[in-house]
Each structure stands twice: as structure tokens, then as C-alpha cells.
Design a protein around this ligand. Structure first.
Ligand SMILES: [Zn+2]
Ligand SMILES: [Zn+2]
Length: 205
């Protein structure tokens, strides 16, 4: 029998996922070890169709959850090119340029999470609007991957998102994800127009 990882021989790597940007990877393991210092080794999950990583610092310490899968947020599928199996990012373009589009994270075509966003190519502005992850998949990096996937569409844009208000969970999530920074959400006139929203109706939430 060939150990591929597909049957979970190396632990259930699908529990954790981290974004990758082409050749550039998230610098830390899920437990916070700096991979450039502690070391990392790679394999491949045929079940997920993605590379898997193993943190050597975690492995040496016998820690569980030492491994995770990496998904390249710069290589998103269209609904037409979406794979039927594995974990994939699917981009649904907006109906008009500055309207809200969405990116889904799917496993074997089942949607496990999504993020809504709007982009204005005229003013180089991006808005994150809504992020949802299936309850059973939270705290495993899915939200971080979706937020990174949205920003990867226009990394140099001026991004904003709705205010956290007093929600400590949301504040902790966005702080850990590192994107995109201070609120309030700042839609431009093109986005408001695409949403059919007069400017005075916008409350920033
Ligand atoms: Zn580690
Ligand atoms: Zn605009």
C-alpha cells in the first residue's frame, strides 16, 4: 500500500488550511512557529488536490495538528473550471464592475465558506462585505484563506470592511488574519451606484 495521505495516514490535514501567494507561503504554522526557523517539510494530499505542510517544530514536540494544507489564493477557479473534487477557491464575478462578487471555498463542490467583496477599478478601492464559514469549519483557517483570496484580486487597492462594533470574536479573527485594517467600510460612488444605493443612505455598517 502506498501512503499518499489520502486515507488520513498522516493525520487529518484538512483540519487546517493556510493561504499561499504563488511561491510565498504563510510564515507560521497553526501553532505559531516561524517556519523559516523551525523548519517545514511538504507532501501532497490527493484527496484535497493540494500541498500539505508539516511543521518540524510541532513534529519534534509531538504536538497534534502539526500539519495543514496550503491553497494558492492567486490561482482561483471560475465556476466553469472548478474541480469536482478537493478543496478549491471559486470566484463568482459580480454582475456589473463595482457590484458585489463572491469567492467560495468548496470541498468536493460543497460550499464551506464564502466572502463577498466589491472592487472599483477606477478608484482602486476594495470593500470586504460579508464572510461566512460553516460552523464545523471555523477556527481552521478557512476565513483567513477567503479574506486573503479577496485581497489577492487587488493587493495594492485601498481596502475597507464593516466595523467590528463590539464583537470580540470578529475583532480577534480580523486581527489574526491581518486584513484589511481599520473600518469603517468606505464604498465609492461606483459601488453605491452598482448596489442601487443613494449615497446619503449609506450608514457604514
Ligand atoms: Zn509548529
Ligand atoms: Zn469607484
Amino acid at each position: 500500500m502506498v501512503l499518499s495521505g489520502a486515507a488520513g495516514e498522516f493525520g487529518r490535514t484538512e483540519e487546517y488550511v493556510r493561504p499561499r501567494w504563488g511561491d510565498r507561503r504563510w510564515p507560521r504554522c497553526p501553532r505559531g512557529h516561524e517556519l523559516a526557523v523551525g523548519g517545514v517539510t511538504g507532501s501532497y494530499s490527493h484527496a484535497l488536490g493540494l500541498p500539505t505542510m508539516l511543521c518540524l517544530a510541532c513534529q519534534t514536540a509531538g504536538a497534534n495538528r502539526a500539519s495543514w494544507v496550503e491553497i494558492d489564493v492567486t490561482a482561483q477557479h471560475t465556476p466553469q473550471t472548478a474541480p469536482r473534487t478537493g478543496l478549491a477557491l471559486i470566484r463568482h464575478r459580480p454582475p456589473s464592475p463595482a457590484a458585489a462578487g463572491r469567492i467560495e471555498l468548496t470541498l468536493d463542490t460543497t460550499v464551506l465558506g464564502h466572502i463577498e467583496l466589491a472592487l472599483c477599478r477606477i478608484e482602486c478601492r476594495g470593500n470586504l462585505r460579508a464572510l461566512e464559514v460553516e460552523p464545523g469549519r471555523r477556527r481552521t483557517g478557512y476565513g483567513t484563506v477567503l479574506a486573503a483570496a479577496a485581497r489577492a484580486l487587488a493587493p495594492d487597492y485601498d481596502w475597507s470592511m464593516p466595523a467590528f462594533a463590539e464583537d470580540p470574536v470578529a475583532r480577534a479573527f480580523w486581527a489574526a488574519a491581518g486584513v484589511p485594517g481599520p473600518s469603517p467600510l468606505a464604498p465609492c460612488s461606483h459601488m453605491r451606484e452598482a448596489l442601487g444605493m443613494p449615497s446619503e443612505a449609506w450608514t457604514g455598517t
